[in-house]
Design a protein around this ligand. Sequence first.
Ligand SMILES: [Zn+2]
Length: 365
Amino acid sequence: MKITNACARVWRVPLIGVWAWAAASSAGIAFAQGDDVPDVDGPPHPLFAALRNIAPSVAPAAALQTWNGSFSYNSRTYTFTMVGTNPNTTNVVTTIPVYIIPLKLTLQRGGQVFDPMSIPANTGGLTALQNTVESPLFDSTTTYIQGGVNVGTTQYEDAYQRASFWGAVHTNTNYHTLLGGPTVLPEVSLQVPTNKGKTGTPFGETAAEVSINWLDSQIQSLITQLGIQPNTLPIFMTYKTYLTKGPECCIGGYHSAVGGQTYSEFTYVDQAGLFSQDVSALSHEIGEWMTDPLVNNQTACGLLEVGDPLEGNSNFGDYSYALHGFQYNLQDLVTLPYFGAPPSTSVNNFFTFQGESLTVCQNGS
Ligand SMILES: [Zn+2]
């Protein structure tokens, strides 16, 4: 399901690129305000946030490395901005430094704690955070063979982007867009006010449900306090925490931009088969960040959001990849031809990384 910018008063930033899934079990909850989670049971409490003022050593302020391209569809030209360099005219490696900021959320309403430092039962003793760092999103030892074509031994999103532009990349073989690091910054503890978060069981397992507007305001403050620079990507990680917008639950992650500063949030859910399982939400969001970093690429389907058209598929569009003894779930992503670019742009004329059968704009965006 697509969460749209229905309430400009509450939504101060173009917070699109949201990955959401409707949960019927939360439909009966009354919401007082669009920004609040369910009705307040007691007097409101002030926000207590333990925010460390850390200035990571990053490159001097510089813009994110991006390139501009275009394609024609039905006699209209669509331009876009993506992360990296132009695969048609360059044959180089772009590496974007990544910071992961784990967010430990404590719900003032109920006192439960949701912590990315938790150790899921299926990781062999790794924390959710460690299991994310070891995932195919950052590890580059997985070989991706798509429809019989080896598109590279690399990180997942780079393999996807190479496949999406295989018409050029098969000759520009050194073309890569990589995530550097990641550098994990110290965990930040946030107290979720009574009217901004609660627990629920939207998919049958206990999870936090937290206002996306509230969390996004915390994240924007953190980007400033941490000294994050626009030429890097900060990723804010929560654990078993779905975001809500008014009565709508559950958002597994989002990507956004304030000016030239791009960023993303995702949650790690540890139960098999649930929405946002392990790094699936992150794989969705990073794919969308890489192909629409400023959240302004318009197409005939709407915004060029490469994860949204497939999130309704079985297992939420995820494919399983074994690495380090763990079965990671990585979401399939549509390629540029899905939005109307010439099919020859992508490997095997594929409309998705995994070769799912689709027509142009079939599932919207
Ligand atoms: Zn999305």
